[in-house]
Ligand binder design. Structure first.
Ligand code: FAD
Length: 401
């Protein structure tokens, strides 16, 4: 006879979306388990730059709709959590920076001023006088303007740790899932979810609701649906990591000509205490067809052009490819907000941004309320001896010595 576990909710996928939701559902008194086939955060989440966006990119697109409003609310939700007074206590998560800067090179200063006339109202943006510039921009060779944006930057590794720690008894490592472990009836209802863990353990999961927050892994379910046409998309990035001895912690977007910042830099500490500059933005979007070597050359050139007074000759460079996984959009554009779709006894969800995890969890909880899911007593005896997934290591510690 099959071994069976019973729970109100089974979450599949332990990135930010799954882990945030796990905490919220447990607080709400539901029995819940989270199943992770890799490492916690090891998909997109531990590669995130940790910026809690407040809508800067939306303003760059000239958007002021409900999506822009939704993201504008995220920084205050996160700030409460980081101060220990929000829906989840994240007071042990280090804030790397209380603001993200926005800087223009000399030639683009007037463009920034124009766009800020609109943004200033929405995003608590402040134009800085030269003596308030971050140290790196106080150099005489810097000719641009610097603004401060109300965008907190957090330590993503610590965030994942804090979301995992109190829930280790309900998080389980499973072997990578194959299509035949999921069985659907003719109406796309999930009638059987079988999970495996080596060696030779197989358990049947019986849940009232199955919530798929598996990032790119959500595609597995979509393939099996007969009636629903939910589709996923991937947007590839080629990120760059720079390890150096320069004492300039920088959290800043460099304004380019388009809507995506030319460069977005966040600063982190490697395991040996050295500084990491983590580079995203346009360089990561445009570099997807470049080899690692070519992308490194582009990054070196950008840094030389933007910071001619700094010497990166002793810096170590690495790059890696990663896909953003989301619900499909016309022309493959970035979705405006988080997304969930209820399909029979499943919910398939993507946060779109780390910053949207609280909003996604709130929307999923509303969906469960609408379903009248009453808490029951879980029976997890068959999972007692199951392994717990590890927390993903910061990507720079994986790629650089
Ligand atoms: C380079 C980069 C930088 C970013 N920077 C920021 C930022 O600064 N700010 C911001 O707000 N957003 C940022 N984002 C976006 C943000 O990281 C993602 O939107 C978010 O992490 C997605 O979380 P997730 O939980 O949906 O997916 P993931 O983090 O990908 O987690 C999915 C998990 O599901 C697991 N899984 C997959 N298939 C299965 C299966 N069949 N069974 C069990 N488990 C499974 C995976 O192993 C993984 O752990 C960035 C994204 C990237 C790629």
């Amino acid at each position: 006879m099959n071994k069976v576990v019973q729970t109100d909710i089974a979450i599949i996928g332990g990135g930010i979306a799954g882990l945030w939701l796990l905490n919220r559902l447990r607080q709400a008194g539901l029995s819940v388990i989270l199943l992770e086939s890799g490492s916690l955060g090891g998909g997109q989440t531990h590669k995130a730059q940790g910026i809690i966006h407040g809508g800067m990119k939306y303003a760059l697109h000239g958007q002021n709709n409900s999506a822009a409003q939704a993201i504008a609310n995220m920084p205050s939700i996160w700030k409460d959590c980081l101060q220990g007074i929000g829906e989840i206590d994240l007071s042990n998560v280090p804030v790397l920076s209380n603001q993200q800067y926005l800087w223009s090179t000399g030639s683009l200063t007037s463009k920034v001023a124009g766009f800020l006339a609109n943004l200033a109202l929405k995003s608590h943006t402040e134009s800085l006088s030269k003596n308030n510039f971050p140290d790196i921009f106080k150099h005489p060779q810097f000719q641009g303007q610097v603004y401060s944006l109300d965008e907190t930057v957090i330590d993503v590794y610590a965030l994942l740790r804090e979301l995992m720690m109190p829930n280790q008894d309900i998080i389980f490592k499973i072997d990578p899932m194959e299509e035949n472990q999921l069985e659907f009836d003719d109406n796309d209802r999930l009638v059987s979810l079988e999970i495996h863990a080596a060696p030779m353990q197989t358990v049947q999961v019986n849940a009232k609701k199955y919530i798929f927050t598996a990032g790119g892994g959500n595609e597995l379910i979509l393939k099996k649906l007969k009636h629903h046409t939910l589709a996923a998309q991937r947007r590839p990035l080629h990120m760059v990591i720079v390890k150096h001895d320069l004492e300039y912690p920088l959290y800043a977007h460099c304004l380019g000509l388009g809507a995506t910042p030319r460069l977005t830099i966040t600063t982190h500490k490697a395991h040996d205490g050295k500084s990491i500059w983590y580079l995203g933005g346009q360089i990561a979007e445009e570099g997807i067809k470049l080899s690692a070597e070519e992308q490194t050359q582009v990054a070196k050139k950008e840094l030389k052009e933007l910071f001619p007074w700094l010497d990166f000759s002793n810096a170590e460079f690495a790059s890696f490819y990663v896909d953003r996984a989301e619900n499909s959009q016309p022309n493959g554009h970035r979705p405006d907000s988080c997304y969930l779709q209820e399909i029979e006894n499943m919910i398939v969800a993507w946060p779109t941004k780390l910053a949207f995890a609280p909003l996604l969890a709130a929307e999923i909880m509303q969906c469960l309320v609408n379903n009248n899911i009453e808490p029951c007593i879980a029976d997890l005896r068959e999972l007692r001896a199951w392994p717990i997934p590890a927390l993903a290591k910061p990507i720079w510690d994986k790629l650089l010595t």
